[in-house]
Design a protein around this ligand. Sequence first.
Ligand code: PDD
Length: 284
Amino acid sequence: MSAPLVYLNGQYLDRSDAALSIDERGVYFADGVYEVVRYFNGKAFTLAEHLDRLKRSLDGIDLAWDADAIAAISDELVQRNGLTDARVYWQVTRGSAPRNHVIADDLVPTIYLSAEEAQTLAGDEPLATISAITTIDDRWHNCWIKSLMLLPNTLAKTKAAKAGAGEAIFVRDGRVTEGGATNCFAVFDGELYTHPANRYILEGITRNVVIELAKSLDIPLHEQAFSSADLPGADEVFITGTGTLLAAVTEVDGKPIGEGGAGTITRQLWDAFVDRVRSDCGVG
Ligand code: PDD
């Protein structure tokens, strides 16, 4: 559930008092970018990485705004809402102007942040498990930009939900790219595979942490796309993301993965991930 206070253009407001202009380009054209950041124990996890990616996304759509300012706003929003473990949504849109495809030079960006309570990692949190479906990846070719233009993702995730699944795994030209709101990993013969960070996926911050952890655990890692046809034969599949953290995929398109539970490498990475969060954010 969303926390009562949000931030909009310099003000901390009750959610019900916050309003955007009808001429907001974020509404007309999805003309904006966003981030979702996790707080544990009152501290933002991988903050520098989120700021860096926000700057890359802003550059990617030619939106000039000093993104560094958002960190202090985000911290204050979490504090004002009395949260310690939270998911914070950052959104920067181009601003407001009568509908015109051509972007005017004098627009003032709209900055909006909201927060919601999220799971702590202070106890004995189990690794989540979910089922997934595969679906065609018909998104644009700039998925590295964390754009607001998420209609294909929302349609794919709704298709998954209607099939009783927790995530939709995108397939482009026969290869797995990523999930609707996550990155996707698979284990074949004890080696870990995930799509390379190019224009066909969002370079997930959680993905990159997991890659670092796999390297430190000496798990062979290939940033190499794998075929969706091979997915049912994978020993393990898991997804990563700021919302999900890490979840074992136990079934794809109705077929069980491995033994149908979380696999060894997935568990090992989850334990290492929890340790990393706890040491970075001073949990416990
Ligand atoms: N989604 N791929 C896509 C398409 C995503 O939307 C996300 C994140 C990820 C994972 O990135 P990260 O590990 O940096 O969160 C990969 C966010 C959480 C969302 O849209 O809510």
